[in-house]
Write a protein that binds this ligand. Structure first.
Ligand code: SF4
Length: 317
């Protein structure tokens, strides 16, 4: 029995009640094994997170949210990755530090939170000195965020939808806006405003909360709502990151005969399209009009598959 895991899981807002400690698989696909798909330097996060040296990303398998348009569908579906122990995850953190990583960046760690915290604790005792980044879909509980106090230095949290209908349509989670907002309140309270140090003459984020919003096709108005909501509620305590890298991976997968992708596109054909540059410009103009300062934005042509790394087990074993 995995001692770190709950017997009735409520690690994410789905609270599906799986007995994870005994090996039961939850709605996210995770059981009692800790599965990692890739642990390597990654250069495509926001500049004060990736810097020139790279962010030490650890991509976990499975996902509580499983969005229809997921760019990392292979790992969200648990089709890549290898089981590791908590002890091994601690070693991985230290190896990433040795490779020069600016931070340890746990990608979609929500369903493995107890093991991730235990690994950081072991690694800290062995000399882990770089910040920890919790790179999350935003679909977290307040209790889970509170439990991360003392472990997580930086939240890199998505805020995907302001509209419950969109959250239901794309992520089967109509409670997403309310849940993500409550969790975000706690993240901001926990980290406080952004703080930086300097590495190689460049700023590195060592504490704070960054909220990412990925624009989706035909959803400009919802994106504006997200910007208005986050900026109005947190002001300069949160740095927004407005992203235009939506990649219609479903279209290619469907063309190649993938049944899951075809079914998703039958229900949501708009997901086969890219986000027009004009829509992205309108969103940035809107953020400017609201007086949002210092937000991250992406250059044109960001929607390339190069953002999606190979989940080949690099750095895992
Ligand atoms: S983390 Fe997974 S097992 Fe736990 S409540 Fe969420 S979906 Fe269920």
């Amino acid at each position: 029995m995995e001692k770190h895991l709950p017997t009735s899981c409520d690690l994410c807002p789905r609270a599906c009640g799986a007995n994870r400690a005994a090996g039961e698989r939850g709605a996210c696909g995770a059981d009692d094994e800790l599965v990692v798909a890739r642990a390597a330097l990654h250069f495509w996060e926001e500049p004060p997170i990736s810097g020139e040296r790279g962010s030490g990303t650890v991509f976990f398998a499975h996902c509580p949210l499983k969005c229809r348009y997921c760019q990392n569908d292979v790992i969200a579906a648990g089709e890549a990755g290898r089981p590791v122990s908590v002890e091994r995850l601690a070693e991985i953190c230290l190896e990433l530090q040795e490779q020069g990583a600016l931070n340890v960046n746990f990608v979609t760690p929500t369903h493995y939170a107890p093991q991730a915290r235990a690994a950081v604790s072991i690694a800290r005792g062995r000399g882990l000195a770089i910040p920890t980044v919790w790179n999350t879909s935003g679909y977290e509980t307040v209790a889970a965020v509170r439990a991360n106090a003392g472990t997580v230095d930086v939240y890199l949290a998505d805020f995907k939808y302001a509209d419950s209908g969109l959250a239901a349509r794309y992520s089967h989670a109509p409670d997403y806006p309310d849940a993500a907002l409550a969790a975000l309140d706690e993240m901001v309270r926990s980290t406080g405003p952004a703080a930086y140090d300097e590495v190689d003459g460049e700023p590195r984020l060592v504490r704070g909360t960054v909220v990412r919003h990925l624009m989706l096709p035909d959803a400009l108005e919802d994106s504006k709502r997200v910007v208005r909501l986050v900026h109005g509620r947190y002001g300069a305590d949160v740095r927004l990151s407005l992203m235009n890298q939506y990649t219609p991976v479903l279209a290619d997968a469907a063309a190649a005969g993938d049944a899951r992708a075809r079914a998703a596109l039958r229900r949501c054909p708009e997901l086969a399209r890219r986000v027009p540059d004009d829509d992205y410009e309108r969103l940035l103009d809107y953020a400017d009009e609201l007086g949002v300062e210092d937000y991250f934005w992406q250059e044109g042509g960001a929607a390339e598959e190069s953002f999606i790394p190979a989940f080949d087990g690099e750095g895992v074993l």
